[in-house]
Design a protein around this ligand. Structure first.
Ligand code: MIG
Length: 801
């Protein structure tokens, strides 16, 4: 047992020895002599929840982070005890609880290797000011241990040696290492000795994480209130840790409509209507694909939510309909602050129904935002969320707006030092009444949730699309997100790259940055390089503050315009690949972007790589993050990869130089991959094409690829109206086989396959489709051969002479 007098002197309290033990099905309770209770719940064989009470009693068990759909159940559970410990065994883990100190250590149940152990473990400090405790946990950090996750932190991928704070904050023009910023995702993954585990500290108060910063051998996390309540998630693969965390906190409730994965154009602000129309027309004139146009706060009447400035937008419904006819979806911003104005029906109704947040002693929470003095709905109250959802009826059902963008929901308040509500503001917290200290980090999440339910209802039978700025763990169930107010600098391009990767490994895959930078004006070169990165983020939107000049693809001259078009076209061609990755994400919790460490944790070289990432499962990307570059050095993970442009094959596991002039970037395709491609369209659904391209990257051996498809909107896919094609490739010296297994009842418009075969080691002499010899319908291009299969097939068999 550790007796730490120094810590005691600082006012810390510690559990004493265990005097009671009780088991209730999947939950164990250990009670100490000084009335501390440790509750251990076996969620799954590899997921254990630890929860501590210091007063002999737990709070009501309620969480916004954990989804009701989380998987539960284990295959094995055995509890034994010896002189010093209680020993809990599942099929994956052994957890020992020390009788004298309540300290926990966790081992792999199969090879008995220690995965994680408490240093001091749980301890706390009583909070005189607010009551309750400051709850703390300290764990041993092993020498080679690395740490990843925590959402949007603008730092390199590996968190070791750093300390962080989680408190969602409006952070205009944040920079590298600014902390905290917009999101609070108190979840990290650790890797040590090739075993990965994760910790999700489900506490919505201001939380802190220290990854061996203060003390080299200790990692700790603590919160300014609430309970020590964390989930230990074992891999040993990082991919499984992230998937299990995503299972706990939830996957997106539905696939996004495919248009939401297209290219989006935004600015603060496009108005009046003629300006909006001129922007959308230029996209079509220049043939740069685009699916969505955004209206920022100036579309409203005096920034009153759910109103329109009729001078600038005389007939919103007509405009939205006309935009839709040109293939543009309209997305509008909605902020939480409601203007104090008794003539304004939204304000009046919320006031009458008592929906606004109040201070501790009863006055309303008044704060200044864009509309001037505002009150703020308490989205933590179910009735208020229900009301808020209802407000979207006209916008969505009648006017035809397709997406809603929730901003300022940290909540941001202007002209006050802490940029937000004061601590004493009261919240319903779904019946668990509390102060803003507890509700702050989930306020924006609950707003986005209410918005999502409104859109879901009124967009039906179409799918909703929501974007939020503030988020807590679990927000990914309802909405996409962006990184907030970044800056048009090269450093910010690298930050955006890191943030998107980090969000993906934190369970939030539907994310992207303001392409080109929000504050300040990018040079054409920076804009082009940012587009190149942005097409590989699931949310792909250009946005800027607009006060430094224009930021549309064509404002930087012909050369840049052509480069932007070229890359946006690649995004549109790869839409079926991205859609498939999204499908894997919502079904299996697989992150859409994979940092190299997540892709191949066994290779220690990947543990500190920040720039390169794998998009989906098979495309390796590395953005150029410096001016005047003709290429860059990058690490290629193990295995063989094709250069996307030259089709040259590279053996990975090493750093290489890659040429990439301004019109190119390093992109590699995994050997054996079958990459599906749609034809270029100016917007999703523009063309009703009858053929799809399969880019096949030959491999001597076997490889599996998948292609998911459905109607691209609506919910029929949930009833089986989807198609999941599994391709299995077998490459031999003089023979090549591609089998296709199709699942689901959806029939796509295409039934023709253009199969491009890269690096096939022989010249095709004959072709069999489903065991029947067919006439050779073939063309050649450099090293690549191409054949067209004009029907659905189960097996394509190619032979050399
Ligand atoms: O105080 O609505 O991050 O994307 O354009 C600024 C205006 C408010 C901040 C958002 C930004 C948006 C801007 N908003």
């Amino acid at each position: 047992m550790i007796v730490n007098t120094e810590l005691e002197q600082k006012g810390n309290l510690f559990p004493s020895r265990i005097i009671g033990y009780k088991k209730d099905v999947d939950t164990l309770y250990f009670t100490t002599k000084n009335n501390v209770i440790l509750q251990v719940t076996i969620v799954r064989d590899s997921v254990i929840r630890f929860r501590y009470a210091t007063t002999g009693k737990f709070e009501n068990d309620f969480s916004y982070g954990i989804t009701m759909h989380a998987s539960r159940g284990y295959s094995f559970l055995e509890i034994t005890e010896d002189d010093t410990h209680y020993i809990i065994k599942t099929s994956k883990l052994i957890c020992k609880v020390e009788k004298l100190s309540l300290q926990v250590s966790i081992y792999d149940a199969i090879d008995l290797v220690l995965i994680n152990e408490d240093e001091i473990g749980f301890h706390w400090e009583e909070s005189y000011e607010f009551g309750g405790d400051i709850v703390k946990m300290s764990k041993i950090s092993q020498k080679a241990e690395s740490y990843y996750g925590l959402g949007d932190k603008p730092v390199d991928v590996n968190l070791k040696g750093k300390r962080f704070e989680n408190w969602v904050t409006d952070s205009y023009a944040f920079g590298k290492d600014t902390d905290p910023i917009y999101k609070a995702i108190p979840f990290y993954t650790s890797i040590c000795n090739n075993k990965a585990y994760g910790i999700f500290f489900d506490n919505t108060f201001r939380t802190y994480f220290d990854f061996a910063q203060e003390r080299r051998n200790v990692t700790s996390f603590w919160a300014q209130g609430g309970e020590m309540d964390y989930y230990f998630i074992y891999g040993p693969q990082m991919q499984d840790v992230v998937a299990n965390y995503t299972d706990l906190t939830g996957k997106p409730h539905a696939l996004p409509p495919l248009w939401a994965l297209g290219f989006h154009q935004c600015k603060w602000s496009y108005y009046p209507e003629s300006n909006v129309k001129q922007i959308t027309k230029t996209f079509r004139d220049l043939q740069i694909p685009c699916d969505a146009i955004y209206l920022d706060i100036d579309y409203m009447d005096g920034f009153r939510c759910f109103t329109w400035d009729k001078n600038h937008f005389p007939d919103p419904k007509r405009m939205v309909t006309e935009l839709e006819e040109e293939g543009f979806k309209t997305v509008v911003i909605i902020d939480p602050g409601i203007k104090i104005d008794l003539e304004y029906d939204v304000f009046k109704e919320a006031l009458d129904k008592d929906y606004f947040c109040k201070r501790a002693d009863g006055p309303y929470m008044k704060g200044k935002v864009w509309p001037g003095e505002c009150y703020f709905p308490d989205y933590t109250k179910p009735e208020v969320r229900e009301w808020w959802s209802g407000l979207f009826q006209e916008l969505i059902e009648d006017i035809g707006v397709k997406g809603v963008w929730n901003d300022m929901n940290e909540p941001a308040v202007m002209d006050v030092p802490n940029k937000s509500f004061p601590n004493d503001v009261r919240h319903d917290y779904d019946g668990n009444h509390c102060s803003h200290r507890k509700a702050h980090n989930i306020y924006g999440m609950q707003m986005a949730r209410a918005t999502y339910h409104g859109l879901k209802k009124y967009a039906y039978p179409k799918r909703p699309f929501v974007i939020t700025r503030a988020a807590y763990s679990g927000t990914q169930r309802y909405t996409s997100t962006w990184m907030g107010d970044n800056v048009a600098t090269w450093e910010h391009l690298a930050i955006a790259n890191n943030q998107a990767q980090r969000m993906a490994m934190s369970g939030f895959s539907f994310a992207g940055s303001d392409i080109g930078g929000f504050a300040e004006q990018p040079q054409g070169e920076l804009f082009a390089r940012w587009i190149q990165l942005g097409i590989f983020h699931s949310f792909c939107r250009v946005h800027s503050s607009g006060d430094h000049g224009d930021q549309e693809p064509w404002v930087f001259g012909q050369e840049i315009t052509d480069i932007v078009r070229k890359f946006v076209e690649i995004r549109y061609q790869l839409l079926p690949y991205l859609y498939t990755a999204f499908w894997k994400h919502i079904n299996h919790g697989t992150p859409i972007l994979k940092s190299l460490v997540l892709f191949d944790q066994e290779d220690a070289q990947t543990h500190y790589r920040s720039d390169e990432f794998v998009y989906g499962d098979q495309i390796l990307v590395c953005p150029i993050q410096e001016p005047n570059a003709k290429g860059r050095r990058m690490y290629v993970p193990r295995g063989k990869w094709y250069n996307f442009w030259t089709k040259e094959i590279i053996e990975g596991g090493k750093e290489i130089w890659v040429d990439a002039d301004i019109d190119s970037m390093p992109i590699f395709i995994k050997e054996g991959a079958v990459i599906p491609k749609y034809p270029v369209q100016q917007y999703v659904g523009e063309k009703n094409f009858d053929e799809i391209t399969l880019d096949v990257y030959y491999k001597a051996g076997k490889e599996k690829s998948q292609l998911y498809d459905d109607a691209h909107d609506g919910y029929d896919y949930k009833k089986g109206r989807y198609s999941l094609r599994t391709f299995k490739l077998t490459g031999k010296k003089k023979e090549f086989i591609l089998t296709q297994h199709k699942e689901g009842t959806f029939d796509a418009a295409y039934s023709k396959f253009i199969v491009n075969l890269h690096n096939l080691p022989f010249k095709i002499a004959s072709v069999q489709i489903d065991n029947v010899e067919v006439e050779l319908n073939q063309s050649e291009k450099g090293e690549s051969q191409s054949i067209t299969v004009d029907k659905e097939f189960s097996e394509l068999h190619l032979f050399a002479k």
